[in-house]
Design a protein around this ligand. Structure first.
Ligand code: MD3
Ligand code: FE
Length: 220
C-alpha cells in the first residue's frame, strides 16, 4: 500500500511540498493544540456540530459546523456559503484570533502571505466517518489557498489531482499537522478514508479538522 507516513517536522521547519502549490507543515500546531481546542469547543457550544444532508439526500457521516463571516452549508438544495447558521438563524460565531493567526502563519510559511480567510469549516470525525473524494469548488476565490488543521485521531488523507480518475496519494494526517493547498493543487480531488477506532489523549475517539477558506475576492 502506498501510504506515505512522512517524517515528523519541528513547527518552525521548512514546509514539505507534497504537490505543486501544496505544503505539509508537520506538527505546526502541536504546542498550541490545547488552546486551539478550547476555542473550538467554545464555538461548538454556540453552533453545534450537525450532520448535513447532501444534495442527493444522504446524511454526511462527518459532523460539521463553522466559524467566521461565512459558513459552508449543504442541504437538498445544494452546497453554498451562508452568513448565518441555518439551525439558529444567527451569524456564525466569530473566528477566534488564535485560529485566524495560526492559519495566516501557516499560509505565510507556505508562500501565501496576505491570506484573509472568511470561513472556517469545522469537521468532526468519529470512528467510521469518512469524506468521499471531491473537489472544493464552492469558493469564488480560487487564487487563495485552503489551510487545513488536523487535531485528534490520525486519518488517512487521499490526495489526487484535478483529474478525478488519477489515483490519489495517501498521507497520514496526525494531531497538530497543518497543510496548505494552493496554486495548481487548489482544485485537486481529495477525501478522507474511514476513521479508525482509537483513543487520542486530548480529543478521545474523534478527529477534528478545520479548513480556512477565502470564499469571495472582495467580501465583506
Ligand atoms: C486539497 N476536509 O472539508 S482537509 C473539506 O480532513 C475537506 O476534513 C478534509 O476536504 C478533512 O472539504 C480534508 C484537507 C484539504 C482541504 C481542502 C483541499 C485538502 C484540500 C482543497 C483542495 C485540495
Ligand atoms: Fe475538501
Amino acid at each position: 500500500m502506498d501510504l506515505f507516513d512522512n517524517l515528523p517536522q519541528p513547527p518552525d521547519a521548512t514546509p514539505t511540498q507534497i504537490a505543486p502549490g501544496a505544503f505539509l507543515l508537520r506538527g505546526f500546531a502541536l504546542e498550541k493544540a490545547p488552546s486551539l481546542l478550547q476555542a473550538i469547543e467554545a464555538i461548538l457550544q454556540q453552533a453545534p456540530l450537525r450532520h448535513m444532508l447532501t444534495p442527493g439526500g444522504h446524511t454526511m457521516s462527518v459532523g460539521m459546523s463553522n466559524c467566521g463571516a461565512l459558513g459552508w452549508v449543504s442541504d437538498t438544495s445544494g452546497y453554498r456559503y451562508s452568513a448565518r447558521d441555518p439551525l439558529s438563524q444567527l451569524p456564525w460565531p466569530c473566528m477566534p484570533a488564535c485560529l485566524l493567526e495560526l492559519a495566516q502563519q501557516a499560509a505565510t510559511q507556505a508562500g501565501y502571505p496576505q491570506f484573509q480567510p472568511q470561513a472556517c469549516l469545522i469537521n468532526q470525525y468519529t470512528p467510521g466517518a469518512k469524506l468521499s473524494l471531491h473537489q472544493d469548488k464552492d469558493e469564488k476565490d480560487l487564487a487563495s489557498p485552503i489551510v487545513s488543521l488536523s487535531l485528534g485521531l490520525p486519518a488517512v488523507f487521499l490526495f489526487g489531482t484535478p483529474r478525478r480518475n488519477d489515483r490519489p496519494q495517501r498521507y497520514r494526517l496526525a494531531h497538530g499537522d497543518v497543510v496548505v493547498w494552493g496554486g495548481p493543487s487548489r482544485l485537486a480531488y481529495h477525501g478522507v478514508a474511514p476513521l479508525g477506532d482509537d483513543e487520542h489523549a486530548l480529543l478521545g475517539r474523534r478527529r477534528i479538522n478545520l479548513t480556512f477558506r477565502r470564499v469571495y475576492e472582495n467580501y465583506p
